[in-house]
Design a binder for this molecule. Structure first.
Ligand code: FRU
Length: 314
């Protein structure tokens, strides 16, 4: 084995010496020259927001040839994601990035990785511990409040609201709910008449909305915790000819939702940045031994028919 390696090194040297001048441009180090392995435990690959998040992270990682990025698909199952984290610990990755499906089940794995000396960046959804290096995300509480203010303004402080929630054990769901209700509670004539989770997915949201439509003869607004569910709610309302009765608000800034806003089918969305480029940028700093803040907060933008007109979404 050793002999073979020596022969290979010799041959490689020979080829390099005899070869032409290397072409100009960025030098891509060979696989063996990659210094750092980064494991990203992504909770799911199922929806456009996650697909875009992966794409942007991969793109950012290619700017750093010394970095090898491995993305594990948690398949929207806590148990699968727990196993992915365990696998990254066994592999002794140099950095763990995680966007946890739910806070409680993923907390022990993150703590274990951190205790094993692996720096951990928690992205978008939080965990129930401070045993990690850095959290990167937007304030879902602020987004919930902004959505509450928008709905209250649009309805003139009076009306009946359906709220379609995300995955109940995920922190954005709790914060998007709390922020929204904090604002709505200031208006005695604004009422959330129906509140059900649809796990951030379109087809369960269609189901939830069908139930709401048959239970309530009048709905003035739908507040969905993401755009996929807002689109689902729109489709259910349209199927029974009631889509013009209400305003529909989502979160994420997904391209399809933005297009529907421009067409007047949905009312507003709030851009929810995925933080994946920042995760790589700050991750590199950590790997170089630089210190970084414990919390990095990203900004949201409200998109309506008249606002953020140059924003196209993903
Ligand atoms: C995608 C998603 C987004 C949402 C985020 C919350 O899986 O549901 O739509 O904004 O996760 O963590």
């Amino acid at each position: 084995m050793k002999k073979l390696l020596i022969v290979c090194i010799f041959l490689a040297g020979f080829v390099a010496c005899k070869g032409k001048e290397p072409a100009p441009g960025p030098v891509q180090p060979a696989e063996g020259a990659k210094k750092w392995v980064v494991g990203f435990s992504q909770c799911t690959f199922e929806d456009p927001w996650r697909i875009n998040m992966n794409r942007e992270m991969e793109d950012e990682a290619t700017k750093h040839p010394e970095l090898k990025l491995i993305i594990a698909n948690g398949e929207n199952k806590n148990a699968k994601q727990v196993a992915d984290v365990e696998n990254f610990i066994v592999k002794q990755v140099d950095l763990l990035i995680i966007s946890p499906r739910e806070a409680a089940p993923l907390t022990p794995g993150v703590e274990k990785a951190f205790a094993a000396g692996i720096p951990v960046i928690v992205l978008d959804r939080a965990i129930q511990s401070d045993q990690f290096t850095c959290f990167i995300g937007a304030s879902n509480l602020a987004i919930g409040e902004a959505a509450g203010k928008y709905v209250a303004e649009k309805l003139g402080g009076r009306g009946k609201i359906v709220e379609i929630e995300g995955i109940l054990g995920a922190t954005p769901t709790q914060e998007r709910r709390d922020g929204f209700h904090k604002v709505i509670a200031q208006y005695p004539t604004l009422e959330v008449i129906y509140q059900q989770p649809a796990d951030y997915k379109r087809s369960p949201a269609i189901q939830v909305m069908q139930n709401a439509l048959s239970a309530f003869p009048r709905i003035d607004a739908v507040y969905a915790h993401n755009d996929e569910m807002a689109i689902g709610a729109y489709l259910a309302a349209k199927a029974v000819g009631r889509e013009k009765e209400m305003i529909l608000v989502g979160i994420d800034g997904q391209g399809e939702a933005v297009k529907m806003i421009r067409e007047g089918l949905l009312s507003a969305t709030f851009v929810y940045p995925n933080g994946s480029r920042e995760a790589i940028q700050y991750g590199i700093k950590v790997l170089k031994g630089e210190s970084i803040p414990k919390k990095i907060m990203l900004e949201t933008v409200r998109v309506t028919k008249d606002e953020a007109l140059d924003y196209q979404g993903f």
